[in-house]
Ligand binder design. Structure first.
Ligand SMILES: NC(=O)c1ccc[n+]([C@@H]2O[C@H](COP(=O)([O-])OP(=O)(O)OC[C@H]3O[C@@H](n4cnc5c(N)ncnc54)[C@H](O)[C@@H]3O)[C@@H](O)[C@H]2O)c1
Ligand SMILES: [Zn+2]
Length: 363
């Protein structure tokens, strides 16, 4: 078991616990919150396979537990669904000291976190991520929220968890495509901050990872610690430090937008995006040209795409990139790798360079 402490401003802090069984959460939580009623928020397919040990542990630690289910999937990440949780929490008698426990992937975590941020003006939330992506990314950092028809994550709140509890053994039921999508974020952390992790990932495969719990816990722990470190220094994304975590995301979000979030998972889209970023870095002299193929090979090794599967309309890609939240005053901003294990933000990329990069990844 590994514990990572996340210090924040004003003396606040919380812990990320990696590699502890779900059943042990209750005892740990009883030392973090004073309320003894807990609302577990989850989706039916997740609760069915992973709910029992979590609930058992909570009850053993003295919590009265209620379960609130939300429908599964991104298309349900909506205010309408969050709204169904308030009456359930009231009926269960949750007061301001009582925790909400989010058991699931990023969709459940974002919704339950937003619910916790707003119920009674804020109650503690515990993130219990059950996808690789949620473990290394969405459960950490305190961003919560829901989608609007106009776009993703347009309503939300910063609401830091009281505790993040990761049991990598819950991933045994995760479909391969979800493993790979999470691995795209893990590879991202290697590229932006950890050369030795890149080297490790160049030797391993998904099959290795699934049968080696120590390797899995190691990669999750390193990735989570990296995100936590950036969040500690730039909790509300005001200092520009969190921007570095967006390697490949300006391109990736554009791919997701233009394909209507149907053809690519998030990890697949940012994998193509990171291959584009490597080429952009090379074109700008920040990243060795000879290393671009090595980036592609790494994503291929983990079953991720390195170029668009089908050409997408260039004008639509550029339009989507212009609407990216990193774009300031209409000037594109990209994160590009700088050597191995380091990255920086660039702006003022000329259109010719950008076109060449997009063409190189089939966009
Ligand atoms: N808050 C943040 O900082 C942040 C960061 C990145 C992503 N996100 C958000 O996270 C969401 C994506 O999260 P995700 O990739 O976890 O997707 P998800 O929550 O939709 O989960 C993917 C699928 O896996 C299933 N699942 C979850 N755990 C499982 C398990 N252990 N075994 C079998 N199936 C399981 C889910 O039911 C779902 O069908 C997006 O809404 C995105 O906006 C938020
Ligand atoms: Zn991402």
């Amino acid at each position: 078991m590994k514990t990572i402490s996340v210090p924040l401003s004003n003396g606040r802090s919380h812990r990320l616990v990696v590699g502890a069984p779900l059943e042990k959460l209750g005892a740990a939580l009883s030392r973090v919150v004073t309320g003894r009623r807990a609302l577990v928020v989850s989706a039916a397919p997740i609760a069915r396979v992973h709910g029992a040990p979590l609930v058992r542990g909570l009850k053993k630690a003295g919590f009265a537990v209620s379960l609130a289910l939300v429908p599964d999937g991104e298309r349900h990440k909506q205010l309408r669904v969050v709204q169904t949780l308030y009456p359930q929490a009231l009926a269960a008698g949750l007061d301001r000291r009582c925790p909400v426990v989010a058991l699931g992937g990023g969709v459940v975590g974002d919704m339950a976190g937003f619910f916790a941020a707003t119920y009674l003006r804020g109650v503690p939330v515990v993130q219990v991520p059950t996808t690789l992506l949620a473990m290394v990314d969405s459960a950490i950092g305190g961003k919560t929220g829901v989608d609007l028809p106009e776009g993703k994550n347009l309503v939300g709140a910063f609401w830091q968890p009281a505790l993040v509890w990761m049991d990598p053994s819950t991933l045994r039921t995760l479909p391969d495509r979800q493993w790979r999508t999470g691995m795209a974020e893990v590879i991202k952390y290697g590229l932006i901050a950890d050369k030795s992790m890149v080297k490790l990932l160049e030797r391993k495969t998904l099959a290795d990872l699934k049968k080696d719990p120590r390797l899995l816990a190691n990669l999750i722990g390193r990735s989570a610690a990296m995100k936590a470190r950036v969040v500690s220094r730039d909790e509300r994304e005001t200092r520009g430090l969190r921007e570095i975590l967006n390697l490949g995301h300006t391109f990736g979000h554009a791919i997701e937008t233009v394909t209507g979030y149907r053809d690519y998972t998030h990890g697949e889209a940012i994998a193509v995006g990171m291959c584009a970023s490597a080429r952009l870095g090379a074109a700008l002299g920040a990243f060795p040209v000879s290393a671009v193929d090595r980036v592609d090979a790494l994503f291929r090794r983990w079953g991720l795409p390195v170029r668009a599967r089908r050409p997408l309309p260039r004008a639509k890609i550029l339009h989507a990139m212009a609407k990216d939240k990193k774009t300031i005053d209409g000037r594109f901003r990209f994160v590009v790798p700088v050597g191995w294990g380091s990255a920086k933000v660039v702006s003022d990329v000329d259109r010719g360079t950008l076109d060449a990069v997009l063409s190189a990844v089939g966009l």
